[in-house]
Design a protein. Structure first.
Length: 76
């Protein structure tokens, strides 16, 4: 899409490469190892695959219960 916009506007700028690491299963595995640790990943992969969607729904529910941060109270 960016290439089309650059072409239509005749911009002579270098294209910013798009990072597609989220589609690389090696990076997904490395991220999961970092987040869950080796034991957590083995526990997740060792479970019945039919339970994984329920586990993910439970994780999403827990994440949604985390209260939002008041951006005005945070100093950077």
């Amino acid at each position: 899409m960016a290439a089309a916009v650059y072409g239509l506007l005749a911009l002579d700028k270098p294209m910013t490469p798009i990072y597609e690491g989220q589609y690389d299963l090696r990076l997904v595995k490395a991220s999961m190892l970092k987040m869950l640790g080796d034991d957590g990943l083995k526990a997740l992969l060792g479970t019945d695959p039919r339970r994984i969607p329920a586990m993910l729904r439970s994780a999403v529910t827990m994440l949604r219960e985390i209260p939002a941060i008041d951006e005005t109270a945070v100093s950077y």
